[in-house]
Design a protein around this ligand. Structure first.
Ligand code: PMV
Length: 325
């Protein structure tokens, strides 16, 4: 029983920060995202009678400690659903740096979910896969369905899943990931979520969330690029204000992050429309129209501290690559 799956990372337009239920990873607020074409994880899982324990390899290295534990916990969820006890050989490879604000846990747990479920011979709907992926890493549930995605908060686990709002070819917009460092971040998002409520601004953030989600869905429906971009930027800054004012405070930015933020704002003043967003790391995502990619890349490469640029178009969600009994 072996299966291999591929899943994209995603960029949140409206961010998920803070949970109602830490263990089940039910978010305080709904979020909206786009799956990314150029950053993904490929994962294979084989349940094998001969194994005496799970084997976990991440990017060719044997995983240890917390990293291993999180994968084994997820395999346990699948084993429980399938009513079986076999150990697994799990191998996962990212095509981008892990832990640097490109959602490696999102693509990682989405690919692991689909591969493990198929290897266990379970047949789950997109909704069920999304719920299961969410328990591994919240944002992973958004990497299951295609294209532009909404993940709803809910009172119960079974009602908190992601669904596709629009397919990938709905709108030709891009996300340029501007890499300023490839170092692993110091504080994981799991730890960050847990301290979000200690920020004096957190309640205010959550209060405004429903309206923001509706506003961005309207911008998507109308393909209104400037409204979309403004909401994306506002929400990213709002989330980072919460991060920086939580206890302990979380500063994910570096000087280069700020340099890029200010450049994007200046380019807009000069008439070129693009918008930034930032996850739990220093790298910056810039959302632009498909036709503007070359120009934006040219501008970005002039900024000191920019190491690399990854160009993403909207992408499909998790897909099975192969499976055999
Ligand atoms: O799913 P996690 O625990 O990696 O949290 C993701 C948090 C952000 O990337 C900062 C926001 C988001 O909605 O993707």
């Amino acid at each position: 029983m072996k299966a291999k799956a591929k899943a994209p990372a995603n960029i949140a337009f409206i961010k998920y920060w803070g949970k109602k239920d830490q263990k089940l990873r039910i978010p305080m607020n709904s979020s909206i995202s786009m799956n990314l074409s150029a950053v993904f994880t490929i994962t294979s899982v084989e349940f094998d009678r001969r194994l005496k324990m799970d084997k976990v390899y991440l990017n060719g290295k044997k995983a240890l400690g917390k990293e291993r534990e999180r994968v084994v916990d997820h395999l346990d969820r699948v084993r429980e659903m399938a009513g079986m006890k076999l150990f697994a050989d799990m191998r996962s490879v990212n095509n981008f740096p892990k832990g640097s604000g490109i959602a490696s846990s999102a693509s990682g747990f989405a690919a692991l979910t689909l591969a493990a479920v198929r290897a266990a011979n379970l047949k789950l709907s997109t909704r069920q896969l999304s719920i299961l992926a969410r328990m591994g890493s919240g944002s992973a549930c958004r990497s299951i369905p295609d294209g532009f995605v909404e993940w709803k908060t809910a009172k119960t686990s079974n009602a908190s899943f992601a669904r596709s709002l629009f397919p990938p070819d709905y709108w030709d917009i891009c996300d340029l990931i501007v890499i300023v460092t490839r170092k692993k971040k110091k504080v994981s998002s799991t730890k960050g979520h847990a301290v979000a409520e200690s920020s004096p601004f957190y309640k205010t953030r959550i209060r405004g969330m429903k309206e923001k989600v509706e506003a961005i869905k309207k911008a998507l429906r109308n393909k209104d690029f400037n409204s979309l971009g403004q909401i994306i930027e506002e929400d990213a800054i709002n989330m980072h204000a919460v991060m920086m004012t939580s206890s302990p405070p979380l500063y994910y930015w570096t000087g280069a992050t700020m340099e890029i933020i200010q450049s994007v704002i200046r380019w807009r003043e000069e008439g070129f429309q693009s918008y930034f967003t930032i996850d739990a790391g220093p790298n910056v995502h810039i959302i632009c129209r498909g036709r503007d990619v070359d120009h934006l890349k040219h501008l970005l490469l002039k900024i000191h501290g920019v190491r690399d640029i990854i160009i993403n178009r909207p992408a499909k969600g998790a897909r099975l690559i192969s499976s055999r009994k």
